[in-house]
Design a binder for this molecule. Sequence first.
Ligand SMILES: C[S@@+](CC[C@H](N)C(=O)[O-])C[C@H]1O[C@@H](n2cnc3c(N)ncnc32)[C@H](O)[C@@H]1O
Length: 272
Amino acid sequence: MAGELDTRTRGRTARGRLRALDAYLCQFESALLTRVEGAWARAVFVDVGFGEHPWTTLESATAFRSLSPELSVVGVELEAERARAAASTHADARTHFREGGFALPLAPDEPARLVRAMNLLRQGPPERIPEAHRAMARHLLPGGLLVEGSSDTDGAVLVAHLLRRTPDGDTPVRERLLFHTDFSRGFAPLLLRDWLPRDLRRRVRPGEPVHAFFQAWEAAWKAARAAGHTLPPDAFAESIPRLAATMPGIAQDVWLATHGFLCWSPPGGIPP
Ligand SMILES: C[S@@+](CC[C@H](N)C(=O)[O-])C[C@H]1O[C@@H](n2cnc3c(N)ncnc32)[C@H](O)[C@@H]1O
């Protein structure tokens, strides 16, 4: 089932690891999760690479079904034994587990509304990442979302690409970069830099837009601390308007700031 883009990896996962991401998606993508017109009635949520146990898939299924009770969910694993074990214990009429890779084992009449691939593009050549994004986005309906990124083992620090399928072509638009921390590791912008998706991590060097972004965030965070906001959640929240004053595309939203999220959607998309 593995294609030439797929690379075998370990299956480590943890309960709750992607819960904050679920909360973000319920808050900002509820329209995507609940659409039912035309082909959207059949459109599934796909969790690619769920790991040794399908905990994150099942947790997301519960979160998303609080908005859309009939939502179908497909957990995909490169390792056949993990797919088989999950299917034998956890499958039901709307919850499926299948062996497969980035090409996604979906039926022709089974489009996707949301595809998530967290913590599996950490190995292999970074040059292959746009190809992997295109492959996973191919089943999305126009307007559908691909979420791909990295987190630490318990999800205390997480960074993800949000890529949107448009009606115009196979290459999804790199719409937004999402940063999250629960502050259990304290906070400084550099903490999040270490969890950038693989294609951006090697770009943090002078002259690159993502380097300029972190320089600006670091300066905004230091200014917030100098103004007396020394507790990590305060310094984080207060860095956001300061960063927005110098960097285009920073969302200013109370829910985001109070839940430890920063969203960057620069005009023209996240630079490759
Ligand atoms: C580190 S675990 C991550 C589990 C879960 N997504 C999480 O964030 O906790 C990565 C899993 O992705 C699977 N995997 C790696 N590449 C894959 C691919 N191309 N398609 C499907 N699954 C893949 C691996 O077999 C492994 O079980």
